[in-house]
Design a binder for this molecule. Structure first.
Ligand code: AMO
Length: 442
């Protein structure tokens, strides 16, 4: 008999079918044994009855996480027993036969138990199976798929950015060294320089891949390996072209999530944000003046936003501007990377932006310097050696159009969308300063 997936059982009432999956929970009630059987598509209640003694005997041996194939009748539940809040609350699976495909050892804790983050991380091969975690990564897969779908539909071409980098490209302190034959190479912190080079080749490009940051601190928003969704586009007027396409992507994404992932959002108690036609934007200085005026705490001389300011601005945007998203533009040139375009009207500030969402920065983007001489000068201003970047600089030497792009952390976006407090729970196998799967030291 062919396998029927659990989500399709509702359509099979009155039929004998075969299902396969895991024992989620077992409940013994006198002569009856009830199970919740789980597969990737959902759960169903199954019951072993004394009038099928062979199946009942095997049922008595089953425990959580045993993998089974079961044949049985799909019965409608009597009206009194219907559980409307469950997808399969109107049916019950009457077990006729059981085949054990894999026995499981006793679990260290119940799959749906409330556990602390360390226990969660120590046991990921098991804890990821809990429906709320599985749901998180289903939503994450849809985000990644729609990032590709949207930018493909806008004439962008996907490329694979290298992860091994010869010179510490962005000049930051956060780079991991790796032994590379007789040399020291680095793990890529972002595909930044390659996506700019690729504008010279394909005009509009995107990349989705892992990047590495040697952040030495452990916070709820930092990972040492994360997934960066990057775009870069040529022939822009200014950074607003980049912000506009990011806004259009967000609208598209929320529509698809509403259509496809409503059940996952419900399970996680999360709401899908609305994206206004035009995401509001303000300059850093405007934002700081606003914060200072409204909170009485002067932050107008600070070069960047503190986490508390990001949270304040998001609350403000949501309550006063009707948007869960807000762009902050014009960060100081001194605080932005060398490739960021300076505003002609005020070169101390850049045509760069951050996108804030539900209290956290999820994106950095900008127009870039495209003129070779300006770029070399900008490197020198930042005490970087242009010689080290001669490879990348070829793209500019031989003609690159005005361009810009952004980078967005997939895990941060997932966490904020789903109301997950710690970004480590929005990364499948998070690496942090203390852990690569196992704790690095006890
Ligand atoms: P930036 O360094 O701001 O910009 O990173 C862009 C986005 O990546 C995410 N992110 C992180 N997520 C988890 N853990 C981390 N340690 C971490 N660091 C960054 C955030 C952030 O907004 N080259 C530029 C992008 C560009 O200008 O196109 C860059 O990498 O969501």
């Amino acid at each position: 008999m062919n396998r029927t997936t659990i989500k399709d059982l509702k359509a099979a009432v009155g039929q004998e079918v075969s299902i396969a999956g895991w024992v989620d929970v077992r409940r013994d009630h006198g002569k009856l044994i009830f199970f919740d059987i789980r597969d990737a598509t959902g759960k169903v209640q199954a019951v072993a009855l004394p009038n099928h003694p062979e199946a009942k005997q095997i049922a008595e041996t089953l425990r959580s996480e045993w993998v089974v194939r079961m044949t049985g009748n799909v019965n409608a539940r009597p009206p009194k027993m219907v559980k409307n809040e469950e997808a399969n609350g109107g049916i019950e699976f009457e077990i006729l036969g059981i085949e054990v495909l894999s026995a499981a050892k006793e679990l260290p804790f119940e799959l749906n138990a409330d556990i602390n983050i360390d226990t969660y991380l120590d046991n990921l091969p098991l804890t990821l199976r809990a429906p709320k975690h599985a749901a998180t990564f289903k939503v994450q897969a849809v985000i990644a798929r729609e990032f590709r779908a949207f930018f493909n539909s806008q004439g962008f071409t996907e490329f694979q950015a290298p992860k091994l980098i010869g010179d510490d490209a962005e000049g930051g302190a956060n780079s991991f060294d790796v032994e590379y034959f007789k040399h020291t190479a680095h793990l890529a912190q972002s595909p930044q320089l390659y996506k700019q080079i690729m504008v010279g080749v394909l005009e509009r490009v995107f990349a989705l891949g892992n990047v590495y940051r040697a952040e030495k601190h452990s916070t709820t928003r930092h990972l040492n390996e994360y997934t960066s969704m990057d775009i870069e586009m040529g022939f822009i007027k200014d950074h607003h072209d980049v912000m506009n396409i990011e806004g259009a992507f967000m609208s598209h994404l929320m529509k698809v999530l509403a259509q496809e992932c409503a059940a996952e959002f419900k399970l996680l108690g999360a709401t899908i944000p609305t994206v206004p036609e035009q995401i509001p934007f303000m300059t850093l200085r405007e934002a700081q003046q606003l914060i200072t005026k409204e909170t009485g705490k002067d932050c107008t001389n600070e070069p960047d936003l503190e986490p508390e300011h990001e949270r304040w601005l998001c609350t403000y945007a949501s309550e006063k501007l009707g948007s869960d998203f807000i762009f902050i533009t014009h960060f100081p040139t001194a605080k932005r990377p060398f490739y960021t375009y300076r505003d002609e009207k005020d070169p101390a500030y850049t045509k760069g932006f951050d996108l804030l969402f539900r209290g956290v920065e999820i994106t950095t983007g900008a127009q870039r310097i495209h003129n070779y001489d300006d770029l070399v000068q900008s490197m020198k201003d930042k005490k970087l050696d242009p010689e080290k970047f001669s490879y990348y600089l070829q793209a500019f030497k031989y003609g690159l159009p005005p361009h810009g792009g952004f980078g967005m952390g997939l895990e941060r976006l997932t966490a904020k969308l789903l109301g997950i407090d710690n970004v480590k729970e929005a990364a499948l196998f998070p690496r942090d300063i203390n852990r690569i799967d196992n704790l690095l030291s006890k």
